[in-house]
Design a protein around this ligand. Structure first.
Ligand code: ATP
Length: 282
């Protein structure tokens, strides 16, 4: 598997996208160390997945990139994050959005008392384009998620979980991002809806937006991504081409729920032998 600096050649190259480079990133929440020396690349136009169990540091990584750690009382202690050759250190969250990086946080955070249309309008607030750009973005979002046009006047809180996820993604797309940071988009969704969201991510990527996808649903993430990283207690434990990771025993066992066949056979043999032993000792 390659180093974090040779993950190029992935996905649909987009002229407008830039590469994201995370180098030696450490993050703490007061005394709690959440990330230690994490390095990661998102080449222009790629879909890159970050896998890991609860508390591995996945959301923290996205917060560091979107410069929203401060809202969670967290801070970068060492390392750097570069986008398109520019160091994002010291940049405000609003300027990160203006630079084209938009995060869709975990948990479908929509403004539930606002209408669907107003939620989408709110997504355009940080955008650098004018009214025409907003109209075009809205047309694209409605094309991608027709239900958001049908339900435009309803309160967002009345939408189903899957529709709220579409709204959260649609709101992020209103500022025409060049890099989308997605935090567990399939969380809590029925398999069909999760598959629908996966297709949409593929479509968004095919139009030139890079995607950094954090997921506990490793099967879905590894299908979408060209490169993947596994975080374990704040450190990169594995990384490489998604297909290679999907084939690795450790990832299959820990994240894909695939039982190690040899171990399963051993366990099966032990079970058939055990009654014999107990008969002998009885
Ligand atoms: P999950 O999949 O459960 O959302 P995660 O991989 O996204 O987990 P993080 O939420 O980034 O993990 O958490 C990484 C570590 O930082 C954990 O030990 C967590 O308890 C801690 N942590 C996260 N947010 C805060 C916070 N606001 N204050 C203190 N500690 C935090």
């Amino acid at each position: 598997m390659g180093s974090p600096t040779d993950t190029g050649g992935a996905g649909t190259a987009a002229a407008s996208a830039s590469a994201l480079e995370v180098r030696g990133l450490s993050v703490g929440y007061g005394p709690v160390r959440a990330l230690s020396g994490v390095s990661l690349d998102v080449p222009a136009g790629a879909v890159v997945a970050v896998l890991g169990g609860n508390g591995a540091g996945k959301s923290t990584l996205l917060r560091a990139i979107s410069r929203t750690l401060g809202y969670h009382r967290g801070a970068v202690t060492t390392g750097s994050i570069g986008y398109g050759g520019r160091d994002l250190g010291g940049t405000s969250a609003a300027r990160v959005v203006a630079a084209g990086i938009v995060q869709v946080p975990e948990g479908r955070q929509v403004f539930s008392r606002m209408t669907v249309a107003d939620n989408l309008r709110a997504g355009a607030l940080g955008a650098s384009g004018g009214r025409q750009a907003t109209r075009e973005a809205l047309a694209r979002v409605h094309e991608l998620f027709p239900v958001l046009a049908d339900r435009a006047r309803q309160h967002a809180g009345l939408l189903s979980g899957g529709e709220q996820q579409m709204l959260a993604m649609g709101r992020a797309l209103m500022s025409a991002p060049r890099l989308l940071l997605l935090d567990e988009p399939s969380l809590g969704l029925a398999p069909l809806m999760a598959a629908r969201i996966a297709e949409t991510i593929q479509h968004i990527n095919s139009t030139g937006t890079s995607v950094l996808l954090v997921e506990q649903n490793a099967a879905l993430a590894l299908r979408l991504a060209t490169t993947a990283y596994v975080l374990d207690v704040g450190e990169v434990a594995l990384h490489g081409p998604a297909a290679e990771l999907a084939a690795s025993d450790e990832v299959r066992r820990r994240y894909l729920g695939v039982v190690d066949e040899a171990a399963a056979e051993d366990a099966g043999r032990a079970q058939t032998v055990a009654p014999t032993l107990s008969r002998w000792t009885a």
